[in-house]
Structure formats: structure tokens, C-alpha cells
Design a protein around this ligand. Structure first.
Ligand SMILES: Nc1ncnc2c1ncn2[C@@H]1O[C@H](COP(=O)(O)OP(=O)(O)OP(=O)(O)O)[C@@H](O)[C@H]1O
Length: 298
């Protein structure tokens, strides 16, 4: 049998139902040290359930869940884990410094306050009450609390929601630094550019099943599509019905058309609308692949 002690997190053919609803159906994923795994999927795909199982908050109906080769409820395993969830439940009436000191006290070898401040971008916030911070500042405090115990496994559930661009870039840099130090990270995000920027590996869940898995480049190649953009009087609904068009949408006054083979569609576009402007063709990104993968599976 393969030793699993060095694998920070493992879901081994896990299934979970809530009454009649299947939340996860035979999902197998390992998260390795020094790897950032992005778990993607539309609403209801099973991402939160997967995190809940790994945190020991729920029991699977079938299959196994391990943290560092142990049950997720084990104290020794939990001490290796840092968590930043959507709902934080952090007391409003404590100062940022007090929150950090309290959380650090649970761990054997916590990071220094100065390191936490630097990694999470908390300059000038230590003496402020948590409840009086802006949403983005609170998010950064939550990140600091997740990493202050020097975890070997970090769960980041939509960590940059509500952050401005500068704060988001700062958080990405800190996440890369932690991964570089060997930390394993499970990231869920609705920002596909975040997965493109950070993920070593992507797992796409839909309706409780893995529908695609691999590097960002592999997922993108699995759905090798081109994205045509233009300004045109043609409607998205009309273009969507053309043979060879995978999807067509109107985005901010432009048509965005996903296709496998761009030339015939470009020809037809120019034929049907000689006034068409600002034509661009590019390789489709993770976002387009993701939409198609989750739609195919549905
Ligand atoms: N406590 C619960 N009771 C009943 N059904 C639940 C419960 N928790 C989750 N489910 C169902 O299980 C499925 C998976 O939900 P889950 O929250 O894991 O999805 P998700 O991928 O995290 O979605 P989102 O992106 O919306 O957060 C959904 O159909 C959901 O309605």
C-alpha cells in the first residue's frame, strides 16, 4: 500500500448525499505539498461539500478522507491546516493584533506578527477593531489568520472576493510565496483568471463529479476553441444558431463568439455584416473551456 502520510489532503472516491440530492459522487483528488490545486465548478457543483469533508465537518457516505494520512478530525492533522472560508465568524470587538495573537496561540510554531502583516498586507491595521474594517481589509485579516499558524495545508475559499485589484495582486503574491515554501493549497474561486494565475492543477467539478482535471494548459487544450470578438449589428441569438458556433453572447456592446474553427465563421460574419468592426480572434481561455465542460456534462 502506498503511504499517504506525506499527502496533505486526499479524497478517495468520496460520495456524499443530502437526502435525495447527490453533492459528491465518487470524487478522488489528492493535494500535494507545494501544489496549488484550484477546485472549480458552477454553483452547487460540490466544492463547499468537498472542503467540509476535508475539514472533518461532515462524514462521507462512501469513500475515505485523509489529512496527512489521518482522519480530518485528528488534532495533529488539524494543527497543520489553515482555513479561510466564506463565512468567517470572527468577533467584531477584537483588535486585529488581538485576533492574530489569539489564533497564533493555538499553534506550536506560529509565524511572527510582522511576517503575518507583511504577507497579508496589514500595515497600519493592527490596532484597529476588526468590526470597523472595510470588507477588503477584513478579508486580508482572515487571510492572515489562516496562515499565522504556518500551516502545511491551506484552504482558501474564494479568498479575493471583494478585494480591489491591488489587494488581489498582493494576495496572489503571498499565496505564491506560501506555495513556494512547500505549502499545499486548495483554492476555490469564481474568478477563472485567478485559477489561471495561480493553479498548478485544476479540478473541474460539476454536479458532484469531476468533469476535467489537469494543468490550466491541459484543460484549455481539452477544449481547443477560439474566441472571436467584434462589434456588429448581428445579434448573439442569431449567431449562436449558426453551424460551427459553440456559443455567442453579447458582452459590453460586443459579440463574443466561441468556435472550434474560426475562418468560416469570420467569413460569414463579414458577409452578413459588411459594417462589422474591431474584429479580434484569440485562443479561448480557461473561462470558455470551463463553460463548455460544465455544459457538456450537464
Ligand atoms: N446541508 C445541506 N443540505 C441539503 N443539501 C445540501 C446541503 N449542502 C449542500 N447541499 C447540496 O449539495 C450540492 C452541492 O453543494 P455545494 O455547496 O457543495 O456546492 P458548491 O460547489 O460549493 O456551490 P457554490 O459555488 O454555490 O458555493 C448542491 O446541490 C446543494 O444544494
Amino acid at each position: 500500500m502506498r503511504s499517504t502520510e506525506t499527502i496533505p489532503a486526499r479524497l478517495d472516491r468520496v460520495s456524499k448525499r443530502y437526502g435525495g440530492a447527490v453533492a459528491l459522487d465518487g470524487v478522488a483528488v489528492d493535494i500535494r505539498a507545494g501544489e496549488l490545486l484550484a477546485l472549480l465548478g458552477p454553483n452547487g457543483a460540490g466544492k463547499t461539500t468537498a472542503i467540509g469533508l476535508l475539514l472533518g465537518l461532515h462524514q462521507p457516505d462512501a469513500g475515505g478522507v485523509e489529512l496527512f494520512g489521518q482522519a480530518p478530525q485528528t488534532l495533529a492533522a488539524r494543527r497543520e491546516v489553515g482555513v479561510m472560508l466564506q463565512s468567517a465568524g470572527i468577533p467584531d470587538t477584537l483588535k486585529v493584533r488581538e485576533l492574530l495573537e489569539l489564533t497564533r496561540s493555538y499553534y506550536a510554531e506560529p509565524r511572527s506578527i510582522a511576517d503575518c502583516v507583511a504577507l497579508a498586507g496589514l500595515d497600519g491595521l493592527l490596532e484597529r477593531l476588526y468590526g470597523r474594517l472595510s470588507g477588503g481589509q477584513q478579508r486580508r485579516v482572515q487571510f492572515a489568520l489562516a496562515l499565522c499558524g504556518r500551516p502545511r495545508l491551506l484552504f482558501l475559499d474564494e479568498p479575493t472576493t471583494g478585494l480591489d485589484i491591488e489587494a488581489r495582486m498582493g494576495l496572489w503574491k503571498a499565496i505564491r510565496e506560501l506555495v513556494g515554501q512547500g505549502c499545499a493549497v486548495l483554492l476555490t474561486t469564481h474568478y477563472l483568471e485567478e485559477a489561471e494565475a495561480l493553479a498548478d492543477r485544476v479540478v473541474v467539478l460539476n454536479r458532484g463529479r469531476i468533469v476535467a482535471e489537469g494543468s490550466v494548459a491541459q484543460i484549455r487544450a481539452q477544449v481547443d476553441r477560439r474566441l472571436i470578438r467584434c462589434v456588429s449589428r448581428l445579434t448573439a441569438a442569431a449567431v449562436a444558431a449558426w453551424p460551427g458556433v459553440v456559443a455567442a453572447t453579447a458582452v459590453a456592446g460586443r459579440l463574443e463568439i466561441v468556435v472550434a474553427d474560426p475562418e468560416p465563421i469570420v467569413r460569414r460574419l463579414l458577409n452578413e455584416d459588411p459594417e462589422l468592426r474591431e474584429l479580434e480572434v484569440q485562443r479561448a481561455g480557461l473561462a470558455e473551456a470551463f463553460v463548455e465542460l460544465t455544459r457538456e456534462a450537464a
